[in-house]
Design a protein around this ligand. Structure first.
Ligand code: ADP
Ligand code: MG
Length: 308
């Protein structure tokens, strides 16, 4: 879906992105992570041609993006940034409807789409459509920012530290929303963060960048269990490696089907980290497990958490 081949971006003598090759498949949730100045934002901006590569090629859906009109390319990609960037003098409705309007959608279609997206993002349309950005909390503004990015139903969503300005609780809520939206829509997401827990929670694959270079790409589990360098080891795990490993595997993966246990059950989709936390808090060595439909699924045992 998105392919970068030996892409370099220079600013004068400085190299922001160096010889980067990366392929993001359709429906993938790819997270770019790295420290400040690693080249993450530049990479994202090259994909939507806010910035042009100095060398190398970028293809989207098999087509070299230099052959495409930048405005047309950008309309196919939702773009969400940390500072949100809503138009302050426009209502929520007009902000969300910007791209569909540019595309000439009928007004009634835009209205319906806008209302549905706001509702999907937890903002009651009746309450929020006519509001202005300054009347919303930062978290609500970023929900509108995401709705705007999704408005014209792009295949690709580019997100540059979208939750960086949010408090931890709002941030977790929006992480869960974007994960659910991505799963139900099958959109291809390229998401930039410098927060490893956010990356581990969201990514199907994580690309680690250091000073403009790609130093490793892999699934969260691959990065945790086989870091390519000391830098990646420190980034992903450090002293919390074991806890982080428990965070990327689900209760379902260690389920003992058919057994029962007393107490409040845990969801099969919960992480092993959550299971461990419950066991520690409740002084139990096993928990009952329920499937997503609420039916009993079995149990999980403390000893099973240690299995690799
Ligand atoms: P990140 O998003 O990972 O923090 P960026 O992609 O923003 O990193 O920047 C990578 C490097 O490129 C940094 O050293 C930055 O200073 C430099 N850079 C980015 N944009 C510009 C620009 N417009 N002009 C000059 N240097 C830039
Ligand atoms: Mg950046």
């Amino acid at each position: 879906m998105i392919e970068l081949e030996h892409v370099t971006r220079r600013y004068g003598a400085a190299v922001a992105v160096a010889d980067l090759s990366l392929a993001v498949g359709a429906g993938e949730f790819c997270v770019l992570i790295g420290g400040s100045g690693a080249g993450k934002s530049t990479t994202l901006k090259m994909i939507n041609r806010l910035v042009d590569a100095s060398e190398g090629a970028i293809r989207v859906g098999g087509r070299d993006i230099r052959e495409l009109e930048p405005a047309a390319l950008r309309r196919r990609m939702g773009y969400v940034i940390q500072s949100i960037g809503l138009f302050p003098h426009w209502t929520v409705a007009r902000n969300v409807g910007t791209v569909p309007e540019l595309l000439g959608w009928p007004a009634a279609t835009i209205r319906d789409r806008t209302a549905a997206l706001l509702a999907r993002l937890g903002l009651a349309p009746g309450e929020f459509l006519a509001k202005y950005p300054h009347q919303l909390s930062i978290g609500q503004q970023q929900r509108v920012g995401i709705a705007r990015a999704l408005a014209a139903d792009p295949d690709i969503l580019l997100m540059d530290e979208p939750f960086g300005a949010l408090d931890p609780i709002t941030r977790m809520a929006l992480q869960a929303e974007i994960a659910a939206i991505q799963q139900e829509s099958g959109k291809t997401v390229v998401f930039v963060t410098h927060d490893i827990d956010e990356a581990l929670r969201l990514a199907s694959r994580i690309a680690v960048m250091e000073r403009g270079r790609l130093v490793q790409i892999g699934t969260p589990m691959e990065l945790l269990t086989a870091p390519a360098s000391e830098f990646v080891r420190d980034l992903v795990g450090g002293d919390d490696l074991g806890i982080k490993l428990l965070g990327v595997a689900t209760v379902a993966s260690r389920l003992r089907a058919g057994e029962t246990a007393p107490g409040v059950p845990i969801a099969a989709a919960a992480s092993l980290r959550q299971a461990l936390s419950r066991m520690a808090a409740e002084g139990r060595d096993r928990l009952a497990v329920v499937a997503s439909d609420g039916r009993p699924a079995g149990t999980i045992h403390l000893a099973d958490l240690l299995r690799r």
